[in-house]
Write a protein that binds this ligand. Structure first.
Ligand SMILES: [Zn+2]
Length: 424
């Protein structure tokens, strides 16, 4: 007997759409996709009529509990925003608010079709707890700032987070090391991070080349770009997930390709903080893996990945005067399977036999879905993230017909009213 069958559903494949199919799921994986004419026995059957099944979106860069600081400070550049608004507010964080802020972010992501996220923040044991309880998939990094007086304690917490959670529940939770950025992590601290990486055989998640100011300062101090400098330190020797990568040279991109540095591209955050536009077409031409991210919900104001997919498809055409640059299928892949690769998941981000069963059923009955010449183009250019109707992670249903099954939204509203008072 199969565990789960999603019947009579249209299934978005890489190049084709399989109409009226049944997705069969066992032990967290898609074990087959067959024509719905076949009778499939399963303990749980979900009717997928009038639905389009698509892989869950993979959000490769978040500070998810920063939803607590949504609309707290806007319309500033990165350093003004961090130094004069966000860092003073973050000094007031505690276990309780991070736990509830994480649940808020997870609720927002599940409701908009995101099934996996890669987070860098503080009080990460609380984030891990919320991820474990809610059933979403996540890669967690303890944000590490070498300039902080508690830098060594943060490294200890990072190590403990790795030992406690890496590989949990068949890799539903993984852990990377999270040195924050060149401007918060001096070389001697990064050497400690690299030593811990080697001890744990971990990977690294870091903000790199986000603003021109950051790049100029590193060049002034070392004579090298941040990418060249990090490479010389050995930071990339076990692969790296680099957030932003807005300001890069051709030589930087050669190093990134050689060292398997993957990019978390955050177009909305980069635009809102006036950081610039990442050279995504060039990165893709070099064969560098590029995923998409929303960044913190304070820099970007939401955690809606479908918006990032759409923006990625639009922005780079507009920036290059070439409508063929980042076509819909490429933007969609960046939001799903390429993002999964950026997080070192080899079997995530597609609806195919053998892939992890992180599945979103989109309600395609809305007017904006018609006519249906091309569902993939509709998903990228026309869909609303609220069309996400039913969501599965590792084959477990976490949202059914827009109702979250592992999060009490009324309680969340109550806790957010309480949390707001911490920062006012
Ligand atoms: Zn960030």
């Amino acid at each position: 007997m199969n565990e789960l069958a999603i019947t009579h559903v249209d299934v978005l494949g890489t190049d084709t759409i399989k109409r009226d199919a049944t997705i069969i799921v066992n032990k967290g994986y898609i074990t087959d996709i067959v024509d719905s004419k076949n009778t499939i026995e399963a303990s749980e059957t979900v009717d997928g009529k009038h639905m389009l099944a698509a892989p869950g979106l993979v959000n490769t860069h978040t500070h998810i509990a920063m939803g607590l600081l949504r609309n707290y400070a806007d319309d500033r550049d990165l350093m003004d925003w961090l130094e004069n608004a966000i860092w003073p507010a973050e000094a007031k964080l505690n276990n309780d608010v991070v736990y509830w802020g994480t649940r808020l972010g997870i609720a927002e992501m599940l409701r908009s079709g995101t099934t996996c996220f890669s987070d860098m923040y503080f009080f990460m044991d609380q984030t891990a707890k919320a991820v474990d309880e809610t059933g979403i998939r996540a890669v967690l990094s303890r944000g590490l700032a070498g300039v902080s007086p508690t830098a060594d304690q943060a490294l200890e917490e990072q190590k403990q987070l790795f030992l406690d959670w890496n590989g949990h529940d068949n890799d539903r939770i993984k852990v990377m090391l999270g040195p924050h950025a060149p401007y918060t992590c001096p070389d001697d601290f990064l050497e400690k991070v690299i030593a811990l990486r080697d001890e744990l055989n971990a990977e690294i998640h870091m903000h790199l080349c986000e603003t021109k100011g950051e790049v100029d300062n590193v060049i002034k101090a070392t004579g090298k770009t941040p990418i060249a400098h990090m490479n010389d330190l050995g930071l990339f020797d076990n692969g790296c997930l680099a957030a932003h990568c807005v300001h890069l040279t051709d030589e930087d991109m050669n190093i990134m390709k050689e060292k398997n540095v993957r990019v978390a591209h955050n177009p909305q955050s980069n635009l809102k903080l006036a950081s610039g536009i990442a050279p995504v077409p060039k990165l893709l031409n070099k064969g560098i893996i590029v995923g998409l991210g929303t960044d913190g919900s304070a820099s970007n104001n939401n955690a809606d990945m479908l918006e990032e997919v759409r923006l990625a498809a639009m922005l780079h055409k507009g920036n290059t005067y070439d409508p063929k640059v980042v076509p819909a299928a490429t933007a969609w892949a960046m939001g799903t399977v390429e993002g999964a690769k950026a997080l070192s998941y080899k079997d995530l981000g597609k609806l195919e036999k053998g892939y992890r069963a992180d599945i979103v059923l989109y309600d395609v009955s809305g007017m904006h879905w018609m006519p249906r010449y091309n569902d993939l183009a509709s998903l990228v250019y026309a869909a609303n993230s609220s069309d996400a109707d039913t969501v599965f992670v590792a084959g477990k249903c976490l949202m059914k017909h827009r109702e979250l099954l592992t999060i009490d939204e009324e309680q969340l509203r109550f806790e957010m009213e309480k949390a707001q008072k911490v920062f006012e």
